[in-house]
Ligand binder design. Sequence first.
Ligand code: ARG
Length: 463
Amino acid sequence: MTDNSSNQMWGGRFAAGPDAIMEAINASIGFDRRMAAQDITGSRAHAAMLAKAGIITDKDAEAIREGLLTVLSEIEGGTFNYSAALEDIHMNVEARLKEIIGEPAGRLHTGRSRNDQVATDFKLWVRDQMDAAISGIEALMKALIAQAEAGADWVMPGFTHLQVAQPVTWGHHMMAYVEMLARDRSRFVDARKRMNESPLGAAALAGTSFPIDRHMTAEALGFDRPSANSLDAVSDRDFALDFLGAASICAIHLSRLSEELVIWSSAQFRFVTLSDRFSTGSSIMPQKKNPDAAELIRAKIGRIYGANTALTIVMKGLPLAYSKDMQEDKEQTFDAADSLMLALAAMEGMVKDMTGNRESLEAAAGTGFSTATDLADWLVRALNMPFRDAHHVTGSLVAMAESRGCDLPDLTLEDMKSVHEHITKDVFGVLGVHNSVASRTSYGGTAPEQVRAQVARWKDLLG
Ligand code: ARG
């Protein structure tokens, strides 16, 4: 006989219940309740299969189905009583099912184990998050494309080393992030395809002697096929690592864009005005409008990459098959997913609402001798000068402008000729920022016509 307080699911061989500390470290119900819907979906598919295969009766399967729907409505309605003594969501649901339907509940666990059950539930949960990430990314891409289209020919400084390099277009800058996000999107799409195999029916680790139909449950749960090795199926968390890896890289991109928005919205830059809806004030400095959303998105990478690192370390060195270590896969994955979705939504809102300040951008575009390369290229083209010599001549002209405190187009033709006598007035045609960007028509270049072509391509791809 077992002590009353031993676990009702596995307490057969135990004479006493767990120590309170044991229960505290063992229970995952505090967090894995987030997978309740997935757990019930998985159990319904499993019960239907057991009946079809003749392992349980149709009557029992029907009772299980009805009972699980009741449990789901209790969970959704907030009336479900979670119990730490029942450890996790799987046993909480099953125990409640037993209270509702009695004996048939005990037949649900035939031919499966919590090991394949948790792998299935977590996969279904992560798969939903991959879908959510894909739509969140697409929404942000669309917001950036709209900005790019509106300002395809606005000029602004392009930077390297955060020093003015060459003029670029606002549209080109926006579309650079579209390319990054497209790679993020493809990482999630790719990971989703790779993970879409059903662990259900792998049972504890070795499969089962019951004549289950794993293809049937795989199909019912939207998987492409059952996983082919039961040991691998219960001990694989690659899908979560793939998710966290893709999320980490996406979070890098979001933090880079955030950083630019923080810089650009400063009084020193004034490249963009962020909307009031995505800014906050200061309680002491009345003039302040802070880019808090951008800063918080910039910071989310810490949690997301932290989760990636944490799960990598949890999984490292685990022998086959399931180990309880793997219960530590969830909390941080949940947190990373929440952080990513929130960051994507906030960035989408911020980008949609922000105003690019065309005049400030254009005024800044011509500073820092940004058309020096255009001048050097002109010397090559018009005077047939080797590029290295042209670079040198241009450098002397930049030094001259710098010593006079003016920009390159402010130098006179005489000034130019004093450095190289063959320079003609035509040179002034390439010193303007608009001509500069318009000339960069190479594929993927910053010319407005190239930007518009990319905008059209992406609008077409995203529908
Ligand atoms: N709560 C567990 C987890 O999240 C479920 C699987 C437990 N399996 C077991 N054999 N104890 O990993």
